[in-house]
Design a protein around this ligand. Structure first.
Ligand SMILES: [Zn+2]
Length: 376
């Protein structure tokens, strides 16, 4: 096996406005924790340094005029004409280096494609990516350049079948949009329902793709307060049979962990135990895996979760005993292991959420599974 952790300390040098939820320090925090736990020092693991993407790398999805505006925004001096493209809002502020930062993040995802396709890597992890809300000609939801779409398009150019699985708390609306009519890319997204979370208008179970893409876009919208047991119950019913049937050459996994109960933005109640079970399942189904960070707004928890997931990707432990053995009091006071402890959810909430998820799974089995000849 060959795996790569994509890291450049330059990620931490960018300075979005104070209080901006998307922390540029998450990658460094994850890298340092992985390093401290000897999770990067194995003969099959390389730390790879990314370089900024070339502007021309963006045009397979993004509009040239939009890229031009984003480049101008790099000065950090606000111009109101950018607002019509989502630039200069609270969600997508303009700051000095905003273009450079996103070129570097995109380059980090695209080097993953290169390592997988040209250098025989099996697993790459870029914590600094996952901008699934960036549209063809607009920025939205902290996202300016859609590295996931760009990576999938590059893989399609290489004749690869691509499965995108997204477990971020927010629906990856613009990834869905980009491949809605394609049967070459399967998109499976588990997220908090748009009834209670951004982007609000998309991500429902009846959005199943169009034309040739019908049956290749799968959404599992989870109700508010969904916890580990219900998430993993739904995940196991949807992801493995579809992944087995689609037989992707490459899986792109958007590993946003903003569904953690400690996260300030979502209303899910997950712990990293269920996230890491999902990651284990993804790894098991992947011939090649490009894992991408995506959302997560509580710095310490996100670093701990991604470190745990990196360990799992590399077969370095997913049982409780293994995790504890390289755990200990490494993260300062209060947190004694990579794994979260149990998080209590009332029986009433669990029952209600289970019922809703059962309804969604029934719908997926009825509308999607027959397209892929999956027997019930
Ligand atoms: Zn998110």
């Amino acid at each position: 096996m060959k795996s790569a952790f994509i890291y450049n300390k330059a990620f931490s040098s960018f300075k979005p406005p104070k209080g901006y939820p998307w922390s540029v320090h998450r990658t460094e925090a994850t890298y340092k924790l992985c390093n401290a736990l000897n999770l990067l020092k194995h003969d099959w693991i390389q730390v790879q340094t990314p370089h900024p993407a070339e502007p021309s790398d963006l045009f397979s999805f993004h509009d040239k005029k939009y890229v031009g505006l984003l480049k101008e925004a790099n000065s950090g001096i606000f111009n109101e004409r950018w607002l019509s493209h989502g630039l200069g809002t609270t969600e997508c502020p303009v700051y000095a280096g905003v273009y450079d930062y996103h070129l570097l993040c995109t380059g980090a995802t695209l080097i993953g494609v290169k390592l997988i396709s040209e250098e025989n890597y099996d697993i790459v992890f870029n914590p600094s990516g996952g901008f699934h809300h960036a549209g063809r000609d607009f920025a939205a939801g902290f996202c300016y350049i859609n590295d996931i779409v760009l990576a999938a398009k590059k893989l399609l150019d290489l004749q690869k079948r691509v499965l995108i699985v997204d477990i971020d708390a927010h629906h990856g609306d613009q990834v869905q949009e980009a491949f809605y009519e394609s049967n070459k890319v399967m998109t499976i997204s588990f997220h908090e329902s748009g009834k209670s979370l951004f982007p609000f208008k998309t991500g429902f179970e009846n959005e199943i793709g169009r034309g040739r893409g019908k049956g290749y876009n799968i959404n599992v919208p989870m109700p508010e307060n969904t916890g580990d047991a219900e998430f993993i119950w739904a995940f196991e019913r949807v992801f493995p049979p579809l992944a087995r049937s689609f037989e992707p050459d490459v899986i792109i996994a958007a590993l946003g962990a903003d569904g953690l109960y400690s996260d300030p933005l979502s209303h899910l109640q997950l712990t990293n135990v269920s996230y890491s079970k999902a990651v284990k399942e993804i790894v098991d189904q992947a011939k090649k895996l490009i894992a991408i960070g995506c959302g997560g707004y509580q710095l310490e928890d996100i670093a701990r979760t991604w470190t745990l997931e990196w360990a799992i990707m590399n077969g370095l432990g997913c049982s409780e005993e293994d995790v504890v053995s390289f755990g200990g009091n490494f993260w300062g006071d209060g947190v004694c292991s990579l794994q979260d402890r149990d998080h209590f959810i009332t029986d009433e909430t669990r029952g209600k959420n289970r019922q809703e998820l059962e309804r969604i799974i029934r719908s997926i089995k009825k509308e999607i599974f027959p397209v892929h000849n999956i027997s019930l």
